[in-house]
Design a protein around this ligand. Structure first.
Ligand SMILES: [Zn+2]
Length: 440
């Protein structure tokens, strides 16, 4: 099978490539790219004029909910959502039921995600740092690493005890394993559901102060600095948190961080009508935070963009705001949200946006992904994005079971059109109906 993606904008941050050209996928591998490729014998040719041809996207932070919470998502539905979003590699978080704290559960995730019914993307499991995510006894991290985890995290159950976190980092240095940390001092956020400030007062809801995030970012960055453990700070939301990370990087700590579209687009005001779809962790903050987070995206203090895809069943979110679970689904809205808010506004160049959506998260988590160089990845991982197509995001048309997405009804400019992970795993209906492609 030979597929030619013809005359697109080839964007590959792994080789600082930004040229008009074509790319050839032959027998599941990228065999050629550039301004002069051999189309002879092609089985199909896509006319990609006006579109981006980039490395398959990489999401460092996804909740697949399996095992244990099939009503929210399954490995099958979650990986299909990932393919439709343009992802070819996703990292799944360990807060399933039971949590991913033993090698047999890692085997289960890898088996299920490789099955023909799944979406065809690579799933890189993140193992639990502590047994049962209880924050005290460390898991057998060496055994988990042998089973295939790419990082360790307790994600939504952040380790409060500094001695436990310090020991975890010392172990992970030995194992050369990154720690991904959701940073929250839960003694300060107990009972809270929105940012602590004007909106929490107005709504009479418990507030979650920014200091709760910043204290833990600072602690974890200091432990990283002193142990040498690679730390990836998950979903930053405050200007103070990015300033801490900027300082930690300046001091030489091996620290990286990510942000979600909800945290670079929405503010706490979105919660004013008590719609639980806007209840995120950390909570949505203020315009001042957004302004500084945007600067930090532009100057690369913020390394990458994640979805923090957190699907819930509708009955779970159709409850009063303070009783609703945190988080929203996101795999299928990240591309539209990122291009609309960061690229079309001129904040990030297309190459920088793709770096944050693919090459950088692959580099941080040492995944064989994020590059168009032939042979750099086990199979061809390629995403084609139409940056100019205007569409309205509709959760009812998504593959994810999680219909809880704050961007429902929002106008986006930019959409994933094709995803290849070896073979083609997603083709958008717009390609056919609007005749963007000519398949010969
Ligand atoms: Zn998460």
């Amino acid at each position: 099978m030979k597929t030619v993606l013809r005359n697109g904008r080839l964007l590959d941050p792994s080789q600082e490539l930004d040229i008009i050209g074509s790319l050839v996928i032959e027998d599941d591998q990228i065999s050629d790219f550039g301004d002069d490729v051999d189309e002879e014998g092609a089985d199909e040719i896509y006319d990609c004029q006006g579109m981006w041809i980039c490395p398959g996207l990489v999401d460092p932070h996804v909740h697949l909910r399996e095992p244990g919470e099939d009503q929210k998502e399954t490995i099958r539905s979650g990986t299909q959502a990932a393919a439709a979003g343009g992802y070819t590699t996703i990292c799944c978080m360990p807060n399933t039921s039971p949590p991913l704290d033993s090698p047999s559960l890692i085997d289960y995730i890898l088996d299920q995600s490789a099955s023909p019914e799944a979406g065809g993307v690579f799933v890189a499991p993140v193992g639990a740092l502590t047994v049962g995510l209880r924050g005290d006894q460390l898991t057998d991290l060496a055994a988990l690493k042998r089973a295939g985890i790419v990082a360790a995290s307790d994600d939504g159950h952040p380790i409060q005890n500094s001695l436990v976190m310090s020991r975890a980092m010392e172990f992970c240095v030995q194992l050369d394993l990154p720690i991904m940390a959701h940073c929250e001092d839960t003694t300060l956020t107990a009972g809270g559901s929105v940012n602590d400030g004007a909106v929490s007062s107005m709504l009479g809801l418990g507030g979650m102060p920014r200091s709760a995030e910043e204290i833990m970012v600072m602690r974890n960055c200091l432990l990283s600095l002193h142990t040498g453990c690679q730390l990836h700070v998950m979903r930053v939301s405050t200007w103070g948190a990015v300033e801490m990370i900027r300082q930690a990087k300046y001091l030489g700590a091996p620290v990286s961080c990510e942000i979600t579209p909800q945290h670079f687009i929405l503010t706490e005001e979105a919660c004013a009508d008590f719609n639980p779809v806007f209840k995120t962790l950390p909570p949505l903050r203020t315009q001042l935070d957004l302004d500084i987070l945007h600067q930090a995206l532009a100057d690369n203090t913020i390394d990458c963009i994640s979805s923090d895809h957190s699907p819930h069943a509708m009955y779970e979110v159709q409850v009063p705001f303070d009783e609703a679970p945190f988080g929203m689904s996101g795999l299928e809205s990240v591309v539209g949200a990122t291009l609309t808010a960061l690229v079309h506004t001129g904040l990030l160049s297309p190459l920088e946006a793709i770096r944050k959506l693919s090459t950088k998260p692959a580099e941080i988590l040492r995944l064989e992904a994020g590059s168009l160089k032939p042979g750099e990845t086990p199979v061809a991982q390629v995403t084609v994005i139409d940056p100019n197509v205007e569409w309205t995001f509709d959760v009812n048309k998504t593959f994810s079971k999680g219909k809880n997405n704050a961007f429902h009804g929002m106008a986006f400019k930019g959409k994933t059109m094709l995803t290849f992970c070896g073979s083609e795993i997603y083709r958008d209906a717009l390609l056919d109906s609007k005749r963007y492609a000519s398949i010969l």
